[in-house]
Design a protein around this ligand. Structure first.
Ligand SMILES: [Zn+2]
Length: 227
């Protein structure tokens, strides 16, 4: 058989490497490669470098990339949900705080605010809606040249007590029972017509704590009971 030239071998090499040649051709190529270093080198280069990824490989790496992407989206989704829950809690607690902390003083109304005396116990009660709480201060004040024992108190409402509580709380005819205790020496009871709570806070918040100014408070209060 005539010796096959290197050129012919190199023409066939790609087909040979793709395993797309007949058995006879394959034998011819292999015989040639055994004796021809140059062609063998060419075959090695072709065989190693030009390896196109098979479809399976591409699909596999695509799947892996997709999985990674999905994982990232999932993580992002979890972070977003955690953040939105935190935001919702913050909004709710913030709203609740605003609704319960914003005190509005209820002005004195003799039909709603009553002072009662039973034996030696004196107490106030509230007969109206929306009451949130009571602020009370016990002090002494110089009245008409005499030092008198004085109670000053105030009722307040909050947006919570005004708008939310009535939804689930039944109206009580009497609420805000504010006992002044057994004070045989108690001389006067005043109802605060100013923000008593903030005033007391401002006294204790200053350094050193400021003394309550009884006269200041009494001037801004309604006398509701006296001995
Ligand atoms: Zn050759």
């Amino acid at each position: 058989m005539k010796k096959i030239s290197c050129n012919v071998i190199r023409d066939i090499l790609p087909l040979y490497l793709d395993d797309a040649v007949s058995g006879d051709t394959k034998e011819l190529v292999e015989e040639h490669l055994e004796i021809c270093d140059a062609c063998r080198m060419e075959a090695d280069i072709l065989g190693s470098n030009i390896t196109l990824p098979t479809n399976r490989d591409v699909k596999f790496s695509d799947a892996k990339a997709l999985k990674r992407l999905k994982g990232r989206f999932l993580r992002k989704k979890v972070v977003v949900s955690v953040l939105s829950i935190a935001a919702a809690i913050a909004v709710m607690t913030g709203t609740y705080a605003i609704m319960t902390l914003k005190k509005t003083y209820i002005p004195y109304d003799s039909t709603k605010i009553r002072i009662k005396k039973e034996d030696r116990q004196i107490y106030a009660s509230y007969h109206g809606d929306n009451l949130a709480g009571t602020v009370l201060v016990h002090t002494t004040a110089a009245i008409d040249g005499e030092e008198e024992d004085v109670m000053i108190f105030g009722y307040y409402e909050t947006p919570w007590s005004k708008y939310i509580e009535p939804i689930f709380k039944q109206f009580q005819d009497e609420s805000g029972i504010c006992g002044f205790g057994d004070w045989p020496e108690l001389d006067r009871i005043y109802y605060a017509e100013f923000d008593l709570d903030s005033y007391l806070d401002s006294c204790s918040a200053s350094t050193p704590p400021k003394e309550w100014d009884s006269e200041y408070m009494i001037e801004r209060s309604e006398l509701v009971w006296s001995r």
